[in-house]
Design a binder for this molecule. Structure first.
Ligand SMILES: C[S@@+](CC[C@H](N)C(=O)[O-])C[C@H]1O[C@@H](n2cnc3c(N)ncnc32)[C@H](O)[C@@H]1O
Length: 221
């Protein structure tokens, strides 16, 4: 059962009542997404690497909020983006139509297209932003090695969905990154840091978004 909730910055999120887990921080969905994935992920990567397009892999498309903010950032900074996103349980239209993330009519158009475009194929959402939504699980997915520049690892928390955070799942995700590729997640667990370091990545503990102390970034060499 999915239920719409309001978070502290005024933006909405979803609550999965079986797992008792929200899709975003209750302290603010939009500000969490901006901080963890855009500022510490996309901005960090593209400030350091003048790469165009940037190839992004998201684990967990969910509400499409990360995809929306990425499309906006890419358009504002003239960064081409190829955005591949995995989702095991896509939400239905009656639900995503009720999610009011957009802060302008332009954003609303982008958000509509992100959800409305078909799955399993590349589609252009706005000039320079290509989307490929893949309806599968992380467990079943396979990725080309050295392909993605940036991974948004946005699975449900390890205590709710431990099968997403196992060494084999992390290993195939890290292997999909190019050298200098960046992995970001809102999770800050010590075990995750040790696991990421075991693949030879440089692991950084960064300040988290409002309401959360820390987050993790790992850089591949
Ligand atoms: C924290 S939410 C993602 C939030 C999302 N990034 C957003 O911007 O709204 C985690 C997502 O992972 C999805 N998921 C659950 N099990 C999965 C699996 N085995 N493989 C891929 N995705 C999965 C859930 O359905 C949910 O949409």
């Amino acid at each position: 059962m999915l239920q719409i909730i309001k978070t502290k910055d005024g933006s909405v999120s979803l609550l999965n009542s079986e797992l008792n887990e929200t899709y975003h921080s209750i302290h603010g969905a939009r500000q969490e997404s901006m901080h963890v994935f855009i500022k510490e992920g996309l901005k960090f990567f593209s400030d350091q690497n003048k790469k165009n397009p940037v190839r992004i892999l998201e684990i967990g498309f969910g509400t499409g909020l990360n995809a929306l903010l990425t499309a906006i950032y890419g358009a504002e900074h003239r960064i081409g983006i190829e955005y591949s996103t995995l989702e095991a349980f896509p939400i239905n239209e009656s639900l995503w139509q009720q999610l009011n993330f957009a802060q302008s009519s332009e954003e609303a158009k982008i958000f509509f297209k992100l959800h409305h475009e078909p799955w399993e194929q590349w589609t252009e959402i706005v000039p320079g932003f290509m989307l490929r939504k893949i309806n599968t699980t992380l467990q079943l997915a396979s990725f080309d090695h050295n392909y993605f520049d940036l991974v948004y690892f946005d699975a449900f928390a390890p205590n709710k969905q431990p099968e997403m955070w196992t060494l084999p799942m992390l290993q195939k995700t890290i292997e999909s990154l190019t050298p200098n590729g960046v992995f970001v997640t809102y999770c800050a667990k010590g075990q995750l840091k040790r696991d990421l370091a075991s693949f030879g990545t440089t692991v950084q503990t960064l300040q988290g978004p409002p309401g959360k102390r820390e987050m993790i970034r790992a850089i591949k060499h």
